[in-house]
Each structure stands twice: as structure tokens, then as C-alpha cells.
Design a protein around this ligand. Structure first.
Ligand SMILES: Nc1ncnc2c1ncn2[C@@H]1O[C@H](COP(=O)(O)OP(=O)(O)OP(=O)(O)O)[C@@H](O)[C@H]1O
Ligand SMILES: Nc1nc2c(c(=O)[nH]1)N[C@H]1C(S)=C(S)[C@@H](COP(=O)(O)O)O[C@H]1N2
Length: 200
């Protein structure tokens, strides 16, 4: 039997936390991002992980470095709230070529089903060059919640997660063809954008 072939993808994962980056607590952001993406994607993934403090210039520099390194997707976690030190959205907008407001809107819709304080979350998503950068909330459990959405006890989708729109967005900016595992996240593409499976 021939094996299906999937495009390789490089993904930047960035945990932005003063306390995790200085060892006050163990970082749970990077493992949560890596676990979820490995579960969700068929593609072979090279991760570029970064654990950094809530410093605006340093966050922007890290995002640019990851885009320049060829990451088709960069996911950040942390620093999106209203506290003085929370500057992830500002740092992300500072490196944007295009804003993608739908991702932040959808994340807040999803998160409101879990916590009323979701309206405090200022996440943004942007395109820089051929890379999509998305902010996720800092709570480690919020990572899977926002990427995957909300399902009922029978596994029926109640609110679609934001990742459903990520593969097609990456197609449109000229990146690799991402293929998801439907049981984790059913990605949507218009029929004309669906590529026939390739085999080795
Ligand atoms: N990287 C992380 N690892 C584990 N837990 C985290 C991480 N980042 C955030 N959290 C948890 O989620 C909460 C909200 O995240 P937020 O990004 O607002 O952090 P914070 O309160 O600004 O503090 P810090 O930047 O020091 O993590 C934190 O108080 C913490 O309990
Ligand atoms: N799905 C989900 N979204 C969430 C939360 C959560 O627990 N689950 N916490 C909220 C809270 S309390 C805050 S302050 C904002 C911003 O979080 P951040 O500063 O950790 O990024 O995310 C919100 N979004």
C-alpha cells in the first residue's frame, strides 16, 4: 500500500509569559501548542519553539525572526489581556502586513462559551509575508479550546474552532498544503481548492 504524502511545514510556537520565561512556573504553553498541532495535522512538522517575556520589542523581533526562518504559521500564547504588561497584540500588529480580524472575533465567540472574561482577550491575527501569525490566550487550556472549538458530548461541533480556517488561509498566502485529522479539527476549503491526495 502506498503512503499518502503530505507537505512538510515549519511552525513557530511562542509562549509569552514573564513568569514561565523566568522559571517562576513551568511553561505549559509550548507543550500544549506542540501536542495539539501534532494531533491535528497529518503534515510532518518542524517546530520552532520560543519562550519569551512580555516585552513588546522582543516579541516583535521573535515574530519577524520566525517568519524569516520560513514558518508558514506562527502561534503565540499569552499576553493578550488588559494588564499593563500584556502587549502581545501590539507587538503582533507592529509586524503586520495585513490584519485578519475574523480570527480574534471567532476566538472570543468560542471562549465566551467557556468563561465570561473572554471579552478581556485582545487576540489578533495577521499576515506577514507568506506567514500567518495568530495570538491565542495564555491559559494553557484555552489553546485547544480556541483552536478546536466546542463540541457536544457526541462530538458534534457547536462552535467551529479557528483552526478550521487556517489551512485555506495558508494556501492563499502561498504556503504548504495543510491537512487536518477530521476527528480533531475538520478544516474547510472551497471545493476548487481541494487537492487530490498524493501517494509515495
Ligand atoms: N506559559 C504558561 N504556562 C503555564 N501557565 C500559564 C502560562 N501563561 C499563562 N499561564 C496561566 O494563565 C494565566 C493568564 O495568562 P497571562 O498571559 O494573562 O499571564 P500573566 O498573568 O500576564 O502572567 P505571566 O506573563 O507571568 O504568565 C496566568 O496567570 C497563568 O495562570
Ligand atoms: N478559551 C478561553 N479563553 C480565555 C480564557 C480561558 O480560560 N479560556 N481566559 C480569559 C482571560 S481571564 C483573559 S485575561 C484573556 C487574556 O488572557 P492572556 O493575557 O492570558 O492572553 O483571555 C481570556 N480568554
Amino acid at each position: 500500500m502506498s503512503e499518502p504524502l503530505h507537505d512538510p511545514v515549519k511552525i513557530g510556537i511562542v509562549s509569552i509569559s514573564d513568569r514561565a520565561s523566568t522559571g517562576v512556573y513551568e511553561d505549559k504553553g509550548l507543550p500544549a501548542l506542540q501536542d495539539w498541532l501534532t494531533r491535528a495535522l497529518h503534515n510532518p512538522i518542524t517546530f520552532e519553539p520560543r519562550l519569551i517575556p512580555d516585552e513588546q520589542a522582543g516579541i516583535s523581533a521573535t515574530l519577524i525572526e520566525l517568519v524569516d526562518a520560513g514558518c508558514a504559521l506562527v502561534l503565540t500564547t499569552g499576553g493578550t489581556g488588559p494588564a499593563l504588561r500584556d502587549v502581545t497584540p501590539e507587538a503582533t500588529l507592529a509586524v503586520a502586513h495585513k490584519e485578519m480580524p475574523g480570527f480574534g472575533e471567532q476566538m472570543r465567540q468560542i471562549s465566551l462559551k467557556f468563561v465570561p472574561t473572554a471579552i478581556l482577550s485582545r487576540q489578533v491575527a495577521v499576515v506577514r509575508g507568506q506567514s500567518l501569525i495568530i495570538n491565542l490566550p495564555g491559559q494553557p487550556k484555552a489553546i485547544a479550546e480556541t483552536l478546536e472549538g466546542l463540541k457536544d458530548a457526541d462530538g458534534q461541533q457547536i462552535v467551529p474552532g479557528i483552526f478550521a480556517a487556517v489551512p485555506y488561509c495558508i494556501d492563499l498566502i502561498g504556503g504548504p498544503y495543510l491537512e487536518t485529522r477530521d476527528e480533531v479539527c475538520k478544516a474547510f476549503r472551497p471545493k476548487t481548492a481541494i487537492r487530490a491526495p498524493r501517494t509515495a
